[in-house]
Write a protein that binds this ligand. Structure first.
Ligand code: ADP
Length: 551
C-alpha cells in the first residue's frame, strides 16, 4: 500500500511539475519574444528617424553596440551592418522580414541560430526612400530555457521524491491503522471508513460460514471418535509421511503404546519389523497383512493404501486382537496331537494282543486274560472318546440338555452311591455333610463335574483315606466341596491340572483320560459356576464348586 501511495504522490507531483514547466516555459518564451519584438520595433523606429534625418552619418556616428543593425537598400544591397562588413555580405532582399517590410512597411521573422540554444528575432522597417532598416536580437530558444530550468527542476524533483516518500509513509500508516484495528473474528458495527463496509460484510458472512463448517466438522469428529472409541478393533489413519492423523484407544492398547505426540510417526508406536513392513507396503500402494506378537497378546494388522484422485494420500491400518483365536488354534493343534497319541497307546495294545491270539500263540487257559486286556483297552478307548465328545460339545456351546432346577444334595448322593464300590476297593471312606439350596443347570453336566471330582478324590487317595462332599450356602452362592486325604497336587501343577491331557505324574495315573478336570472346568463355566483348588502334596486336595444362587 505504501508503495502505491508513494507512486501516486510522486506521479502527481512530477506531472504537476512537468505540466507547470511546459506551461511556464511556453508562456514565458512567447511573452519574452513579444517583448523583444516590441523593443526592436521601438528601437527600429527610433533609429529610422535618425537615418531619415542624417542618413549614413547617423549610423556611423552612433556606434551601436546592443542589437545588430542592418540597413538594406531597396534592391537588397546591404548598406550598413554594425557586426559585419556590408561589402562582404550577400544580398538581403530575399530575407523574409525584409521582403515583408518592403511590401507591407514592416516585417518580422524569427530564425533558429546554427545552434539549437539560440534564435534570432528580426524586425524590419521600410524607410521613406524604400530602403529597409532591420534590427536583430538574439534570444534563448525554448530548449535552452528547458535546459537552464533542468537544474532547479531536478532539485524540485528530488524534493518531491522525498516528500512523496515521507507522505506515503505517514499516509499509509494512518490509512492502515484503522484497518489493522479491525477484529476479524468480530468486526463490530463502527467502521473507520465506510468504503470498508462491503469488505467487513463479507468477513462477517465468511465468519458465519466458517463457524458453521467448524461446528459440522466438530460434530462429525465427535461422531467418528464415538464410533472408533467403542470399536474393539484398533484404527489408525496415517498420511504419506507416516504421521498419525487419527487413532483410537484400541489401536494404542493393541500396540502397547502411549498417546502419540502431535505429528508423531506411526512407527514410533511399535518398533516391530512386521508393523513397519505393513506401513511401508501400504504407503507403496499395496494391501498388507501381518501378525504381531507382543507378550501374551497377538494382533493382526491389515494395512490398506488410501488414494484420492489417483494419488496416494496415506493409509488406514486396522488392528484386530486375535490372541484368543491364536490360543484356540494352538490348543486345537495340541489337542489333535494329544488325542492321536492317547488313542494310539490302547490301539497298539489291542492290536498286539489280537495278533498274538490270531497267530495261535496263546494257550487256551490264557485266552480270557488276553481277551480281558483287549476289553480293558477298548473300554479305555471308549472312555477317551466319550470324554472327547463331552468336551467338544462343551466347546461348541454345551450339550443338548434342558436347564432345570437341580438339587446338589441329590446329585452328590447319587455320585457317592456310584463310587461306593470303587471306594471300597481302594479302602477309602465316603461321606457327605451339610446342605445347600438348589441351582439352575443342566443335570447331566452338574452330575458329570461332581462325579469327576469325586472319582479323582477316590482314585488319587491312599488306602484308609477319606473323601468328604460338603454342601453349603454362602453369600457367593451354593458350594460343593470335595475334600480328600490323598496324594495332593504339587503347587506348580495346580494351575495346569485343568488343561487337557495334563497329568501330574503318569506313574500315579488312575488310568484316566487326563480330560476329567478339563470337563469340570468347561462344564462349570457353561453353568456359570467357578472351580477353586487347594491342595498340599501328601495331605490331600480340596476342590470347591461355587454355583450361582438360583433366583
Ligand atoms: P485323569 O483322568 O488323569 O484323572 P484329570 O483331568 O481328572 O485326569 O486330572 C488331571 C491330573 O490331576 C491327574 O492326572 C492327577 O495327576 C491330578 N489330580 C486330579 N485330581 C486329583 C486329586 N484329587 N488328588 C491328586 N491329584 C489329582
Amino acid at each position: 500500500m505504501k508503495k502505491q501511495i508513494f507512486h501516486a504522490i510522486l506521479t502527481v507531483a512530477l506531472s504537476v511539475l512537468l505540466a507547470s514547466l511546459v506551461l511556464i516555459v511556453g508562456v514565458l518564451h512567447g511573452y519574452f519574444q513579444d517583448r523583444v519584438l516590441e523593443e526592436l520595433a521601438q528601437s527600429t523606429a527610433y533609429i529610422a528617424r535618425g537615418i531619415e534625418n542624417e542618413g549614413m552619418a547617423y549610423l556611423e556616428s552612433s556606434g551601436f553596440r546592443g542589437s545588430r543593425i542592418t540597413w538594406v537598400d531597396r534592391d537588397g544591397t546591404v548598406l550598413y551592418d554594425n557586426r559585419e562588413d556590408p561589402a562582404a555580405m550577400e544580398e538581403h532582399a530575399d530575407r523574409e522580414e525584409i521582403r515583408e517590410a518592403m511590401l507591407l512597411g514592416h516585417g518580422t521573422a524569427v530564425r533558429q541560430s546554427t545552434t539549437l540554444a539560440q534564435k534570432t528575432v528580426y524586425y524590419a522597417l521600410r524607410l521613406s526612400d524604400g530602403s529597409v532598416l532591420r534590427l536583430a536580437e538574439t534570444q534563448y530558444s525554448v530548449w535552452m530555457l528547458v535546459i537552464q530550468a533542468l537544474q532547479p527542476v531536478t532539485l524540485v524533483m528530488v524534493l518531491a521524491f522525498c516528500l512523496a516518500l515521507w507522505l506515503a509513509e505517514r499516509l499509509s500508516a494512518r490509512l492502515v491503522e484503522p484497518i489493522n484495528a479491525i477484529d476479524l473474528t468480530d468486526p463490530g458495527e463502527e467502521l473507520a471508513y465506510e468504503e470498508l463496509a462491503p469488505l467487513v460484510g463479507r468477513i462477517r458472512s465468511q465468519n458465519r460460514e466458517i463457524r458453521r463448517q467448524v461446528d459440522t466438522l466438530r460434530q462429525r469428529q465427535e461422531e467418528f471418535h464415538a464410533i472408533t472409541s467403542h470399536m474393539s478393533e484398533g484404527l489408525l489413519v496415517i498420511d504419506r509421511e507416516t504421521r498419525v492423523l487419527s487413532h483410537n484407544e484400541a489401536a494404542l492398547r493393541l500396540l502397547g503404546a502411549g498417546e502419540p505426540a502431535e505429528e508423531a510417526s506411526v512407527l514410533e508406536l511399535n518398533r516391530e519389523g512386521g508393523f513397519r513392513r505393513c506401513v511401508e507396503e501400504a504407503l507403496a500402494g499395496h494391501r498388507c497383512e501381518e501378525l504381531l506378537e507382543r507378550g501374551d497378546t497377538c494382533c493382526r494388522v491389515f494395512a490398506n493404501p488410501v488414494e484420492q484422485d489417483g494419488a496416494l494420500t496415506g493409509a488406514v491400518l486396522i488392528l484386530m486382537d486375535v490372541t484368543e483365536k491364536e490360543r484356540r488354534e494352538t490348543l486345537r493343534r495340541e489337542f489333535t496331537a494329544n488325542v492321536s497319541h492317547e488313542l494310539k497307546t490302547p490301539l497298539t495294545s489291542i492290536l498286539g494282543t489280537a495278533e498274538i491270539m490270531e497267530n495261535g500263540l496263546v494257550r487256551p487257559e490264557d485266552v480270557s486274560h488276553f481277551a480281558g486286556n483287549i476289553h480293558r483297552e477298548a473300554q479305555r478307548l471308549i472312555g477317551l472318546v466319550n470324554d472327547i465328545i463331552k468336551l467338544s460339545r462343551l466347546d461348541e456351546g454345551g450339550p443338548a440338555g434342558q436347564w432345570e432346577t437341580v438339587s446338589l444334595r441329590t446329585v452328590a448322593e447319587g455320585v457317592l452311591g456310584q463310587l461306593a464300590l470303587a471306594a471300597e476297593r481302594k479302602q477309602v471312606s465316603l461321606s457327605q455333610e451339610g446342605d445347600c439350596g438348589p441351582v439352575r443347570g443342566v443335570p447331566q453336566i452338574v452330575e458329570e463335574i461332581i462325579y469327576n471330582l469325586c472319582d479323582n478324590a477316590v482314585a488319587y487317595n491312599c488306602p484308609g483315606g477319606s473323601v468328604t462332599v460338603t454342601l453349603s450356602s454362602g453369600g457367593e452362592g451354593e458350594r460343593v466341596t470335595v475334600t480328600d486325604t490323598g496324594i495332593g497336587i504339587p503347587r506348580e501343577a495346580q494351575a495346569r491340572v485343568f488343561e487337557r491331557f495334563y497329568r501330574v505324574d503318569k506313574s500315579h495315573s488312575s488310568g484316566g483320560t487326563g480330560l476329567g478336570l478339563s470337563i469340570v472346568k468347561h462344564g462349570a463355566a457353561y453353568l456359570g459356576a467357578r472351580v477353586e483348588l487347594e491342595s498340599e502334596p501328601e495331605k490331600g486336595s480340596r476342590f470347591t464348586l461355587i454355583f450361582p444362587k438360583s433366583t
